[in-house]
Design a protein around this ligand. Structure first.
Ligand code: GRF
Length: 202
């Protein structure tokens, strides 16, 4: 464990390819942080196997086990503080992050979304729904957005985006793959800049 590096908790619900890109960037020294914890909303998320393979501590966190979302939030904040987490990176996390967590980590929670926000964000806009909506719109560009997480879904300040073309014969799957490739480049880069204080405060 490197005591000097900021500690990131990555929140997942699925495959965790973005988690892997953060782990790999940290190993290469392109992200000066330790991926110290993986939090999953699902016990069967493949990303948990990635954590195990890399010897990263993981937790399955289910807010439904608590009397209220507020109680769940308080418990999660304690767990994060006990592990001296500095930043939270949501990477395919499909649950609403309890407000207590957002408040305990001001400007230190980020999310990656597979479209150019503010378009194609908000309720119901996840996974293939996003790419289907982009294709239906006739837009000729898409790409990932990394944004700060505040108290409103898909709303916080946009830190960076990357553009990819939407091609005439794209399906939701081909477009998703092109966007995902850019996600893997963008997310470590943005986290590195955030940690270095390169984004001006609002
Ligand atoms: C990514 O497309 C991300 O933008 C979205 O969920 C997906 C997660 O993929 N929030 P993975 O689990 O990192 O492979």
């Amino acid at each position: 464990m490197d005591e000097t590096k900021p500690r990131i908790a990555v929140f997942i619900s699925g495959g965790g390819t973005n988690l892997q890109s953060l782990i790999d960037a940290a190993r290469r020294g392109e992200l000066s942080a330790e991926i110290a914890l993986v939090v999953s909303s699902r016990r069967d998320a493949f990303g948990l196997q990635r954590a195990e393979r890399e010897n990263i501590e993981s937790l399955v966190f289910k807010s439904k086990k608590f009397p209220s979302l507020e109680d769940a939030g308080r418990d999660l904040v304690v767990k994060l503080q006990e592990r001296r987490i500095d930043y939270i990176a949501l990477a395919g996390y499909m649950k609403l992050l309890p407000l207590a967590v957002v408040r305990a980590f001001p400007r230190r929670v980020v999310n990656i979304h597979p479209a150019l926000l503010p378009k194609y964000g908000g309720k119901g806009m996840y996974g293939h729904h996003v790419h289907e909506a982009v294709l239906a719109s006739g837009d000729r560009e898409s790409g990932p957005t990394v944004h700060l997480v505040d108290e409103i879904y898909d709303h916080g300040e946009v830190l960076e985006q990357a553009q990819v073309p939407v091609l005439p014969d794209d399906t939701p799957d081909t477009l998703a793959a092109r966007v995902l490739e850019q996600e893997h480049r963008l997310y470590p880069r943005v986290l590195q800049k955030l940690i270095r204080g390169e984004y001006a405060l609002d």
